[in-house]
Design a protein around this ligand. Structure first.
Ligand SMILES: Cc1cc2nc3c(=O)[nH]c(=O)nc-3n(C[C@H](O)[C@H](O)[C@H](O)COP(=O)(O)OP(=O)(O)OC[C@H]3O[C@@H](n4cnc5c(N)ncnc54)[C@H](O)[C@@H]3O)c2cc1C
Ligand SMILES: *[C@@H]1O[C@H](CO)[C@@H](O)[C@H](O)[C@H]1NC(C)=O
Ligand SMILES: *[C@@H]1O[C@H](CO)[C@@H](O)[C@H](O)[C@H]1NC(C)=O
Ligand SMILES: *[C@@H]1O[C@H](CO)[C@@H](O)[C@H](O)[C@H]1NC(C)=O
Ligand SMILES: *[C@@H]1O[C@H](CO)[C@@H](O)[C@H](O)[C@H]1NC(C)=O
Length: 535
């Protein structure tokens, strides 16, 4: 610690040098120069700075960017990309960006719904700190823990755990290409949430670069900041370098199934029943519903197909007993059930074709990319069957609509609302995610965006109220940002309360303490109170 402080002190002394240089040099050169001054091994950095004239710039920018909407030519691009190779390079880049006044975006897995990790709509110039090369996963079975580096995907984490043990797992996202740097900062839910809670609920420690360029672990950062980074959303408090996670037990045999019913096959009645059953059923069982347009019984007729897609932490026999007792309406049979290992159930839920080898997870890549817009709701009261019957009409007005209904209850309702910044706990029956996707770029964008806003408005009577809760990991820039002054975001009804409820106030307090100059910022970052005072 003593040495670290000494090194930091000399950093600060050197910083004045680079500041004066910055006035005459192009931004990336000033940045590079600053890094060389502040990093132990000079001349290492030029190999990882990519300007827009560099042939690799686009492929690196596009590599993990998940929403094609934020790669359109009209969308601002970073002035340069820096891909650090170790923790102290991340540290140096924060120090240098701050000194040179370069606005920084931080990217781990690039799955942000509004591209906030690689696009700034509010400030120019900006740089991209891309952590894709930092992806170590060190599993320690003896202690049921793992240290995982921010650029690793959650699929890599699952794979590395399963490589060492078939009876350990981790409860986080369903989509295996998510970067854990961004994913866990917003909560991280998946098929084991009803049993074990969120990824963020199972974090034991972290290493973070704060706005002063210090590397801090849990002990050094203190419990307020450690609380804030486990659900307060990415890009507000610092750069997460590592998470230390707690592994959870999983059985040798788990069972998965997908059963689909169209409206003609009683889909609405069944979905009405699911709302009452799924949040209360055995915690080993997670049944989500994937809702998409489907083919009706008459050729050419469009209907809605509801797919009950499930993971059960146990064998098929016990699953069938649970279903017979609590959800006989689905009519699950042993033929629908697939017994498999936990890691293969991960592949199944993520949608990989049958028989895909788990090694696919090591590619750390997403399977497909589209242009999309999404939103989310938390539902606290059962939607009547009659209302379901009418909402399908609005749903089918879009040509690429998708809804995923995801049950809560179990462990989710036993963790206090203020235990982490993620507040959607007791009383939530399920979460709805709305997605509209398309492939023809700008051409049909407006049509899809308009439909999404209309459908979301249509759903408001059924959603949670005061505030209408929303999942921060499903970023939505439509939600109430008044940029006239930076205090207005603290008013109820704005995105802060909708993502975090009462926890927003504490997040603002932590932010004010750890990053008063608001170095880590984006369109919906937690604002410090100090920005209102202007010094
Ligand atoms: C196809 C798809 C499927 C999804 N499935 C799930 C799911 O099953 N469960 C779930 O909970 N969520 C899911 N999500 C949402 C996902 O959790 C969020 O988009 C999450 O923020 C992605 O993390 P990332 O590192 O990939 O994203 P990024 O775009 O890299 O980052 C997201 C945000 O975090 C910030 N950030 C990134 N890295 C760091 C870091 N190291 N330190 C500090 N801040 C950082 C970024 O600046 C940005 O604000 C899904 C998203 C997509 C696109
Ligand atoms: C692109 O940038 C990389 C990393 O800085 C560098 O190694 C490479 O030579 C550059 N290529 C071109 C064509 O400028
Ligand atoms: C619906 O029918 C079309 C044309 O027959 C087919 O291409 C498509 O795959 C079908 N969709 C579903 C969900 O069965
Ligand atoms: C609000 O905060 C942003 C940074 O997040 C800053 O650039 C802007 O100047 C602030 N606006 C006011 C009015 O203080
Ligand atoms: C910010 O705006 C709100 C509402 O318009 C107002 O009540 C408040 O006084 C403003 N704050 C500042 C610092 O201007």
């Amino acid at each position: 610690m003593q040495t670290l402080r000494f090194i930091l002190a000399s950093f600060v002394a050197l910083l004045s040098v680079s500041v004066s240089l910055s006035t005459s040099l192009p931004l990336e050169e000033a940045f590079n120069h600053c890094l060389e001054l502040h990093y132990k091994t000079p001349n290492q950095f030029s190999s990882s700075i990519y300007t827009s004239t560099n042939g690799s710039f686009s492929s690196i920018l596009e590599s993990t960017a998940q929403n094609l909407r934020y790669l359109l030519p009209s969308v601002p691009k970073p002035d340069f990309i820096f891909t650090p190779l170790d923790d102290s390079q991340v540290q140096a880049s924060v120090i240098c960006a701050k000194q040179l006044g370069i606005h920084m975006r931080v990217r781990s897995g690039g799955h942000d719904y509004e591209g906030l990790s690689y696009v700034s709509l509010i400030e120019k110039p900006f740089m991209l700190l891309d952590l894709a090369k930092l992806r170590a996963v060190n599993v320690d079975l003896a202690h049921n823990t793992a240290w995982i580096q921010a650029g690793a995907t959650i699929g890599e984490v699952y794979y590395r755990i399963s490589e060492k043990s078939s009876v350990h797992g981790f409860p986080a996202g369903l989509c295996t290409s998510l970067g854990i740097g961004g994913h866990i900062t917003g909560g991280a839910y998946g098929s084991m949430m009803r049993k074990y809670g969120l990824g963020a609920d199972n974090v034991l420690d972290a290493r973070i670069v704060d706005s002063s360029g210090r590397i801090l672990d849990r002990g050094a950062m203190g419990e307020d900041l450690f609380w804030a980074i486990r659900g307060g959303g990415g890009g507000s408090f610092g750069v997460i370098l590592w998470w230390k996670i707690k592994l959870v037990p999983v059985p040798q045999t788990v069972t998965v199934f997908t059963v689909t019913r169209t409206l003609e096959q009683g889909g609405s009645k069944l979905l009405h029943r699911w709302q009452q059953v799924a949040p209360k059923i055995d915690e080993d069982l997670f049944i989500r519903v994937i809702i998409q347009p489907g083919n009706g019984s008459v050729p050419g007729q469009r209907t809605v197909a509801t797919s009950y897609n499930a993971q059960f932490l146990g064998g098929a026999n016990r699953l069938l007993q649970v279903m017979k007792h609590d959800f006989p309406e689905l009519g699950l049979t042993s033929k629908d059930c697939v017994e498999t290992s936990w890691i293969k159930s991960v592949l199944y839920i993520a949608g990989y074709p049958d028989g895909t080898a788990p090694e696919v997870l090591l590619q750390g890549k997403s399977s497909s990319k589209v242009y999309f817009k999404a939103k989310s709701d938390f539902v606290r009261e059962v939607i009547p069957e009659k209302s379901l019957n009418t909402l399908w009409k609005v749903f089918l007005q879009d040509d690429g609509p998708l809804m995923i209904w995801n049950p809560y209850g179990g462990m989710m309702s036993r963790i206090a609302e203020s235990a982490t910044p993620f507040p959607h706990r007791k009383g939530v029956l399920y979460k709805i995610q709305y997605v509209t996707g398309w492939l023809d770029g700008e051409k049909s964008m407006e049509k899809h965006m308009n439909w999404m806003r209309k459908f979301y408005f249509y759903m408001s009577p059924y959603a949670s109220k005061s505030p209408r809760e929303t999942y921060v990991n499903y970023r939505d820039l439509d939600i109430g940002m008044n940029r006239k002054n930076n205090t207005s975001v603290i008013k109820a009804g704005s995105w802060g309360y909708r993502y975090f409820k009462g926890n927003f106030n504490r997040l603002v307090k932590v932010k004010t303490k750890v990053d008063p100059s608001n170095f880590f910022r984006h369109e919906q970052s937690i604002p410090p109170l100090a920005t209102c005072k202007k010094g």
